[in-house]
Ligand binder design. Structure first.
Ligand code: ADP
Ligand code: MG
Length: 443
């Protein structure tokens, strides 16, 4: 009897245990179902995300392709604009009257200069002429250029106008930018700026290098990769000196020869080439050139006024995605002083120097004139300067000449000569240039 009741109690305990287990089981099942639901939801979300990701990837690819395509169009349009502006351009820059206390009165008397046109293309000199009877008349000398920079113009203003040509060099065109004018008219100030200049007074050479860096970086996202090499030479008495060498420009131990390759590439034998891996390198390069120019010469300014300084940047670009490539050259040339040097009385080295300068500057004018005239023979070989720049003048090139002038009355006659030379150059137009962009690996 007792046993019976104990069994009953066990059964009842067991069945209540069973009930508890069943309820646990149900709870667990529900939990599993909920977890399964969550998993299914997650899978759906992952699928959706994966779909969205692959859609975005396609979109990114399309956009990248469009950017590259638009870069190609940008290059073409940029070039069309440059051609419409003319492949030979002449800018006139008037330097300010020096405010240094050492300047004599004669040196501070400014000529009467007017800038009649609000577009900034005209410059007019006036000169008072006293007639035999003592009456005063005014003779005016008007000139028109692609742009006239007044004395208050900043390096920034000037660079804004030339930065488009720097872009052309990056796009695969050959570009020459000359500074022409008498000694003291501001050629070196325009091209190099003062040594160790701050960002505001930097000249066109360091500014061009900086711009090329920035633009080449921006082009990386479009598949372009660039290398940039710099050379700086001096042409003195028709021979080439390496301004980046270690010998000093006045003690040339090496004779440098100009070679024109069949690929249109010009090289100079035994010359120092600096790979410009950072924009900071250009300041060191200009300092070294200035040091080399001053070695052995009594006065650096005197020497540099009798030689041409040619800074050359070679820009090679390659686009691994579109298989395009480009080879552009940017030449920035600080010419020898254009003042007419009298040969009478000059002897020896001085006579040789004088003849070399007169010859090479007039040869530069002749070459530009012959190109514009489409002459069958272009006299590149008549001077070292034009021979060196042969592949960057004419055909596949863009030329800009700064005519730097002094505002002083005492320089008036030289100023007129410079403006007349520049007017002759300005009247020239070079036929449509083509760039040297090629599709690598394709015919
Ligand atoms: P060049 O190279 O033609 O002989 P420089 O560039 O050496 O002439 O200029 C002669 C002097 O005039 C220098 O002291 C230079 O700093 C100053 N100079 C020239 N152009 C400017 C300018 N635009 N603004 C301020 N100073 C100038
Ligand atoms: Mg100079």
């Amino acid at each position: 009897m007792q046993e019976n009741s104990s069994l009953r109690s066990t059964i009842s305990t067991q069945s209540s245990n069973c009930l508890a287990l069943e309820s646990d089981n149900r709870a667990l099942k529900m939990k599993i179902e909920r977890t399964e639901d969550t998993l299914i939801q997650r899978e759906t979300t992952i699928e959706t995300l994966e779909r969205q990701l692959s859609e975005s990837q396609v979109l990114v690819q399309e956009l990248e392709q469009r950017i590259r395509y638009e870069e190609t169009i940008r290059r073409r349009l940029h070039n069309t604009i440059q051609e419409l502006k003319g492949n030979i351009r002449v800018f006139c820059r008037v330097r300010p009257v020096s405010d240094s206390p050492s300047a004599s009165r004669n040196e501070t008397t400014a000529a009467l200069i007017k800038y009649p046109d609000p577009e900034g293309r005209e410059i007019e000199f006036a000169q008072s002429i006293e007639s035999a009877t003592g009456s005063q008349t005014q003779k005016t000398y008007p000139f028109t250029f692609d742009k006239v920079f007044q004395p208050a113009s900043t390096q920034d203003d000037v660079f804004e106008e030339i930065s488009q040509l720097v872009q052309s060099a990056l796009d695969g065109y050959n570009v020459c930018i000359f500074a022409y004018g008498q000694t003291g008219s501001g050629k070196t100030h325009t091209m190099e700026g003062p040594l160790n200049a701050d960002a505001k007074s930097m000249g066109m050479i360091p500014r061009s290098v900086l711009q090329i860096y920035e633009n080449a970086k921006a082009l990386e996202s479009k598949g372009w990769e660039y290398t940039m090499e710099g050379q700086y030479v001096e042409i003195y008495n028709e021979s080439i000196n390496d301004l980046l060498g270690n010998d000093g420009a006045d003690a040339p131990s090496k004779k440098h020869e100009i070679r024109h390759g069949t690929n249109g590439k010009t090289t100079i034998t035994d010359i120092t080439t600096v790979v410009l891996t950072s924009p900071e390198k250009v300041a060191a390069l200009l300092t070294k050139a200035a040091h080399n120019r001053s070695v052995g010469s009594t006065q650096m300014n005197e020497r540099s006024s009798r030689s041409h300084c040619v800074f050359t940047l070679r820009l090679s670009g390659r686009n691994s995605i579109t298989e395009e490539s480009s080879e552009g050259v940017l030449n920035l040339i600080d010419l020898a002083g254009s003042e007419r040097l009298s040969q009478s009385g000059a002897t020896g080295d001085r006579l040789k120097e004088t003849q070399a300068i007169n010859k090479s500057l007039s040869c530069l004018g002749d070459v530009i004139y012959a190109i514009s005239n489409k002459d069958p023979h272009i006299p590149y070989r008549n001077s070292k300067l034009t021979y060196l720049l042969q592949n960057s003048l004419g055909g596949n090139s863009k030329t800009l000449m700064f005519v730097n002038i002094s505002p002083l009355m005492s320089n008036f006659n030289e100023t007129l000569c410079s403006l007349r030379f520049a007017t002759k150059v300005n009247a020239c137009t070079i036929g449509t240039a083509t760039n040297k962009r090629a599709v690598v690996g394709k015919p």
